[in-house]
Ligand binder design. Structure first.
Ligand code: SF4
Ligand code: SF4
Length: 254
């Protein structure tokens, strides 16, 4: 089943580029699986917010959370290196990937139902408001639990294909063996090595070694959201994840 679900996701993304009339290009997705009853989910109520949801809030008898990373082709992050404003290519990729995630999740649900199981969709940016600046379903934290990657100093999830891309999740009552979380850090700084490239790239003083200033980051993302409002909802920035050692790879393996 593990291979079957991975194929469903990889094939859909491969074909989406030709049928979806989209500009964005993605590399092959990475897929990981979390046990929906993993006690680590409870910790998100402390780490993210007391109101953070649990898998059982979406499906009482859910067994597996499927988490996937859709990595952007290199030209997209490369277009966003330098300057203050986000590149249009980066903004388009954000909007188009959100649409892809919604459509991919519908497809996964349909395919799982064909196998005789259930799947439930989880709203993107659940309960996110400009006041709280947090979602009650943090895709990145869930992806961490699923073993998809580790957090970097830039507050992003670093996967085996870096951090330039988007994460999606869906829950099912199909039992799939959980992915093992790797030991050790993926971020050079966190591993005690000499790297603060993401801090140096931040254009609104939102990242420091001590703290991530969520409000300053949101201010910058809103500025780009206003700039690219014709594209749809696209509060983006991403300067701290482009042109850095963890953009496309797990830098601890290079
Ligand atoms: S740029 Fe360096 S310090 Fe920042 S997240 Fe990536 S590896 Fe870690
Ligand atoms: S997204 Fe932009 S403002 Fe936010 S931390 Fe990264 S570089 Fe700074």
């Amino acid at each position: 089943m593990r291979d079957k679900v991975q194929s469903i996701i990889k094939n859909y993304v491969r074909n989406y580029e030709s049928v979806g009339k989209v500009e964005t290009r993605w590399k092959e997705p990475i897929v990981a699986f979390a046990d929906a009853r993993d006690p680590m989910f409870n910790m998100l109520k402390e780490v993210v917010a007391p109101s953070h949801a649990l898998p059982r809030d979406f499906m009482a008898d859910g067994k597996t959370v499927i988490s996937y990373f859709l990595p952007f082709e290199n030209y997209i992050p490369d277009s966003n290196i330098g300057g203050r404003k986000s590149s249009k290519t980066w903004a388009v990729a954000y909007v188009e990937t959100n649409t892809l995630i919604a459509s991919l999740n519908f497809h996964i649900k349909k395919e799982i139902e064909k196998l005789g199981y259930k799947a439930e969709l989880i709203p993107m940016a659940l309960s996110f408001t400009p006041e709280n600046l947090k979602s009650d379903w943090s895709q990145r934290h869930v992806a961490y639990i699923a073993g998809l990657g580790k957090f970097g100093l830039n507050n992003m999830l670093i996967t085996e294909k870096g951090c330039c891309g988007r994460v999606g999740t869906i829950i099912t009552d199909l039992e799939i063996e959980p992915t093992k979380r790797n030991q050790g850090e993926y971020c050079l700084y966190k591993a005690g090595k000499n790297c603060t490239r993401c801090i140096e790239s931040c254009i609104n003083d939102a990242l420091t070694e001590e703290k991530f200033y969520r409000d300053r980051c949101y201010e910058m993302c809103s500025e780009n959201g206003e700039r690219y409002k014709d594209l749809g909802s696209c509060e983006v920035c991403g300067k701290c994840l482009v042109g850095v050692p963890c953009s496309f790879v797990n830098p601890m393996k290079n």
